[in-house]
Design a protein around this ligand. Structure first.
Ligand SMILES: O=C(O)CCC(=O)C(=O)O
Ligand SMILES: [Fe+2]
Length: 326
């Protein structure tokens, strides 16, 4: 590789550059070995795709996707690294595909978050129209309260326990009203390699009422197959989601047809946080009462050391390295 020193637009020096990536810690080194073995690209240069990675290698599964997941939790308990409450939550994550931290967010932060949303609505930030189901991207970089939630120590602690690795936020999505999003698995949009190393985090900013377009989850559905673009015969989405909607949504519907998994309405109290497994089927119910808001913020997190990309668009993924609050 050639390294270039640039002053403004002018190259003032150039020299051959060698980069030694150490990948010393366990997940990084396992991933690096897998990439080498399978001939996967070590640097994202072009379109990222699931076929580039060895998803068939079961040795790369995270602990919670292994048959001995409960023993892993017992081990953490035995070494006093976690409390009995943590253990209960991790067990729920393994069996149901999600866990809940009830009323976690402190009252002052919850108030600041709601004030941030009031401001978004009043100023029509990003063209947001009061009453619409639109989501607003990236408010963590505009409102300190959203950043504080995004990097909330207790959420990060729980994610670190799940991943066995430091969790790194990727994005935030803010909803004032219900999303009414079709049921889906996030895997195809926020794609980790190895599979499993991504979680969604859903925080309620108010008590969620039935009919407000509540989040619906399908307990246990994280054990269903994962869908990727290549498997669906879909080209990467450049901006137009029609083909995607016509193929992916029916594929998800077919996966649920057996009736083995039933959706549950999630009706949390303000400040509660739900963490879902990357492959859990979930969606937003129809807003039966259009006048009722459903203020919530979603963050997606990858585990440090995994490969992160967006299979649906083929773009490389983001892992933000913002310092954690001490
Ligand atoms: O909040 C919702 O209704 C769904 C959000 C969602 O699916 C996501 O952000 O991954
Ligand atoms: Fe989702």
């Amino acid at each position: 590789m050639i390294g270039r020193l640039v002053d403004g637009r002018q190259v003032v020096a150039e020299a051959p550059l060698q980069i030694h990536i150490r990948n010393a810690e366990p997940l990084r080194s396992k991933v690096a070995e897998s990439l080498r073995r399978s001939g996967a690209p070590a640097v994202a240069d072009g379109v990222c795709d699931s076929r580039d990675y060895d998803y068939g290698d079961l040795d790369l599964r995270p602990w919670f996707d292994r048959p001995d997941a409960m023993e892993h939790i017992d081990g953490l308990l035995g070494s006093r690294r976690i409390s009995e409450t943590d253990a209960e939550r991790l067990r729920a994550f393994v069996t149901q595909g999600f866990l809940v931290l009830p009323e976690l967010v402190e009252a002052p932060l919850l108030r600041d978050l709601n004030e941030a949303l009031d401001d978004v609505v009043a100023k029509a930030v990003d063209g947001y129209q009061e009453g619409s189901s639109e989501r607003i991207h990236g408010l963590h970089d505009r409102y300190p309260a959203v950043k504080a939630l995004w990097l909330h120590p207790e959420i990060l602690r729980m994610l670190d326990l799940i991943f066995g690795q430091p969790a790194r936020p990727c994005q935030s999505l803010t909803y004032v009203y219900g999303s009414q999003q079709e049921h889906h698995q996030d895997t195809i949009h926020l794609t980790p390699f190895p599979a499993g190393y991504m979680c969604g985090v859903w925080t309620a900013l108010e008590d969620v009422q039935e009919g407000a377009g509540e989040l619906r989850v399908f307990p246990g559905s994280h054990r269903l197959d994962r869908l990727y673009m290549a498997g669906l015969g879909l080209p990467k989405v450049g901006g137009e989601w029609n083909d995607f909607g016509q193929k992916a949504v029916p594929a998800w519907t077919r996966m649920l047809e057996s009736g083995r998994f039933r959706s549950e309405a999630y009706l949390p109290k303000a400040g509660s946080v739900l963490i879902w497994h990357e492959n859990l089927m979930h969606g937003g119910a129809p807003r039966r009462d259009q006048s009722v808001s459903r203020r919530s913020i979603v963050g997606h997190y990858f585990a440090e050391g995994c490969v992160a990309y967006y299979d649906s668009s083929g773009l490389p993924g983001v892992m933000r390295l913002d310092p954690r609050p001490s």
